[in-house]
Ligand binder design. Structure first.
Ligand code: ZN
Length: 142
């Protein structure tokens, strides 16, 4: 079931060269008390760590890309986990040949330049709790 949320406002700006992309996004959410919303960004990273969820084993496999990449698309949502704002982010990154790699964004992805827009929503509390079927922290909503 989906829930109605309303558009509040946006934050727009760039992240700092050399910072951890996922940590920076989570920090911005905590700093500005953003508890519900959407993230988009484009830019480039110096290196990246992406994840692929093994549905059988119910664990993330990490994919390490230790070279510069373009952020073709970064998209994510913001909700609550352990009573703190939590950014769930996926990214499609391209290499020098234009080939893309994609997946769940992990810490260890380092910003080269990143133009970010965060769309803040107002709505019910979306709290992540462990879902026993998938092994993932999913929204605890009816
Ligand atoms: Zn994910």
């Amino acid at each position: 079931m989906l829930h109605e949320v309303t558009s509040e406002h946006y934050f727009m700006g760039r992240l700092q060269h050399g910072e951890d992309l996922l940590e920076a996004l989570n920090h911005i959410c905590s700093q500005h008390h953003i508890e519900l919303g959407k993230i988009t960004a484009i830019g480039a990273v110096q290196k990246a760590v992406l994840g692929y969820y093994d549905q059988r084993q119910q664990v993330y496999q990490t994919i390490r890309l230790d070279w510069p990449l373009e952020i073709v698309q970064l998209t994510g949502n913001i909700s609550m986990k352990d009573d703190k704002p939590f950014a769930h982010v996926h990214a499609i990154l391209s290499d020098a040949s234009g080939r893309t790699h994609g997946g769940h964004l992990f810490p260890g992805t380092i910003v080269f330049a990143c133009e970010t827009i965060i769309h803040v929503f107002r709505g019910p509390v979306f709290q992540r709790v462990l879902d026993t079927t998938t092994g993932l922290p999913l929204w605890n909503m009816p």
